[in-house]
Design a protein around this ligand. Structure first.
Ligand SMILES: Cc1cc2nc3c(=O)[nH]c(=O)nc-3n(C[C@H](O)[C@H](O)[C@H](O)COP(=O)(O)O)c2cc1C
Length: 245
């Protein structure tokens, strides 16, 4: 296995960091690696807000559901899907931008995911640890106002980056046959495969938590999916000019 694939397979989220700062040169390098990701129709629709202000960080940590590492990580980035510069480009050419298409929402959001994952890999390649923070969307309105985000821009997720102060095990992933299908969708074996995978996840959680967390993957997912998923998102995104049609 080559070194790149080894690095990818060694990923685990880090939620505890030392005080060692991440230099601005490093961050700039990671962001440029993010920019190098493929981008739908060259739209380059991701803007990153690096949040250094400690009061803002404290608010973001609280709004994300009291995730203390948002406040404590050496670096915190917010990845925003951004169609505002496209509006500007149209203005520069006296063109009327037809905005609000679901397709534009998808492409801008996918752009952010690809950009951010490059940033994560770049950081991990320099020995740092990262964790994504989707919890920011709990209070997406407050987050957007605190960061002064205009229409056509929304925060997709945050990311903590820093020197790891913990060494968690790599979390086992679904078996290859569940996620890779050949020529057509066929989930006839999935139930059995997931039941076997459940045992791996249960063992992982038990070992990670000294026996305290005793849960399988399908239990975790079924518990989560019985709850509403941030039902405020659609109206928020529509207010900000996304998902109109
Ligand atoms: C978009 C996204 C949002 C996430 N949000 C959070 C979060 O708010 N808090 C957190 O602790 N982890 C968060 N995570 C991390 C996931 O929980 C983690 O990636 C997953 O459990 C797999 O574990 P691993 O990254 O250690 O392999 C998020 C991951 C992604 C991709």
């Amino acid at each position: 296995m080559n070194q790149v694939i080894q690095l990818l397979n060694a990923h685990r989220s880090i939620r505890k960091f030392t005080d060692k700062p991440v230099s601005q040169e490093q961050i700039n390098r990671f962001i440029q690696a993010g920019q190098a990701a493929a981008t739908s129709s060259f739209i380059q629709a991701c803007t990153v807000i690096q949040v250094n202000d400690s009061e803002k960080r404290a608010s973001l940590a609280e709004w994300a559901g009291n995730q203390t590492y948002v406040k404590e990580a050496p670096t915190f980035l917010v990845f925003c899907a951004d169609m505002k510069r496209h509006q500007l480009s149209c203005d520069m050419h006296d063109a009327e931008m037809l905005s609000g298409f679901t397709e534009q929402f998808i492409t801008a959001t996918v752009d952010c995911g690809l950009f951010a994952q490059n940033v994560a890999i770049a950081a991990e390649s320099e020995g740092l640890g990262v964790v994504y923070i989707g919890g920011l969307r709990n209070k997406i309105d407050l987050v957007s106002d605190a960061l002064n985000l205009p229409e056509l821009v929304y925060p997709v997720f945050g990311m903590c980056i820093g020197d790891p102060d913990q060494d968690p095990e790599v979390k086992p992933r679904l078996p290859l046959d569940v996620v890779l299908k050949h020529d057509q969708y066929d989930d006839s074996q999935d139930k059995e495969l997931i039941a076997a995978y459940d045992q791996d996840v249960q063992a992982y959680y038990k070992s990670r938590t000294g026996g305290q967390k005793d849960m399988t993957w399908s239990e975790q997912i079924s518990g989560m999916l019985q709850k509403e998923a941030r039902p405020h998102m659609l109206s928020f995104l529509q207010q900000r000019g996304f998902l109109q049609k």
